[in-house]
Design a protein around this ligand. Sequence first.
Ligand code: URA
Ligand code: SF4
Length: 461
Amino acid sequence: MPLHAVETFEEWRVAARELIATGVPAEDVSWTASSQSLFSAQSPSSTQTSGTKNFSVPPEFIERARVVACHQDQGRWELLYRILWRLTHGERHLLKDSADDDITRFQRMHKAVTRDVHKMKAFVRFRKVVVDEGEQFIAWHRPDHRIVRLAAPFFARRFPTMNWTILTPEESVTWDQQDLKFGPGVPASEAPEGDVLEDLWKTYYVSTFNPARIKIKAMKKEMPVRHWPTMPETALIPEMLEQAGQRVTQMMNSREGFDTTAASFFPDEMTWENVAAAASACRACHLHEHATQTVFGTGATNAGIVLVGEQPGDREDIEGEPFVGPAGQLLDEALENAKIDRTTVYITNVVKHFKFTEKGKRRLHQKPNAREISACRPWLEAELEILKPSALVLLGATAAQALLGRDFRITRQRGQIVKSEWCDRTVATWHPAAILRMPDEVRRRQMTEDLILDLATVHGR
Ligand code: URA
Ligand code: SF4
């Protein structure tokens, strides 16, 4: 029986394609995930090549299989191949059969991995380390599954202009503002934090990812090059550190990286109801101390359109619903003019508690700061992940910058439909409150028309 050793989805895909094309049934293949067995792997081309035929599988399978392939379950390759075999042998619609044992397992694994990726996105906190060459951001995370490759592109999009490294027990990834580089994991029994993480990074990063930083000449003098490959890495590290002058000079924001965020309050099952209930007890930043209540998103949870504002205002804080005050009224009118029924959309905010200063009896809105926004963002991300909007409207700079990056400028990029992490049709537009504040009547009318136009554009397909 051919034994196939595969580590990654791409390797499995290549082997499976050959096996299917040459007509090898699932029960005749055995898969192993272990790299020690590489020698016993039989090249697919050495099996019979007669009877090769073309076949196609639903793209949905490939997409989901890529996710399932990251599951820790040892039997994942077998399962994927068995489903692939069945899909290509008369059961083309197998994926829709939720009563089928293979499909049930496939779906369960897909869900587990997706949730794990979601948790990674929410929990990873970078710690800034300043070295001679500049700043490096490092994070330690322990995922349940092998999801580093799945999640890495998200971090590259989110933090494109930072040099960062995420270390996990089995794999690691580094972003140098251009490419993602994957490396081995960091064998550590406990989650390293603080200075331990920093030390780990210094040794690990220097040795694994950036030999170019090391002063090669100085090293050659000390150690003949021919010895390098045979030296245990651990022996090289102190030398490398010293020779390269790789000294950590300063720790900045050392606390910030480990501060609590809303993700610490996530429920086990990430349904909308559970998440909303959990958010009502959120204490991830100090804003809950003075506000009346958490104002979570409301509306149709199967809505195609999701609107995101900044944070609740005075009325919203009292009523517990977003956009019910003056800004909400303007928004309602704009929605109506854009021929969108408010009851069919979902409305929420980046920050879920009202931030204000008191002036006499009045409570004046204050802009949330970066710390509060990042503490609260996991709630919004969870909402978007659950709702999977087909159109996403970001009202104002806070929402736009929280989801599209700090460099986003409403004044320049308003009304353009862009693809974002959460939705292929994302648009940023004026915040209704900004329109209300505009003293110039003509300008105010123009902005209102812009808002209506943007809503109508993103809505109408
Ligand atoms: N402004 C917002 O951004 N959100 C609200 O919910 C109300 C006013
Ligand atoms: Fe939690 Fe957000 Fe409220 Fe802060 S503002 S306590 S992060 S819900």
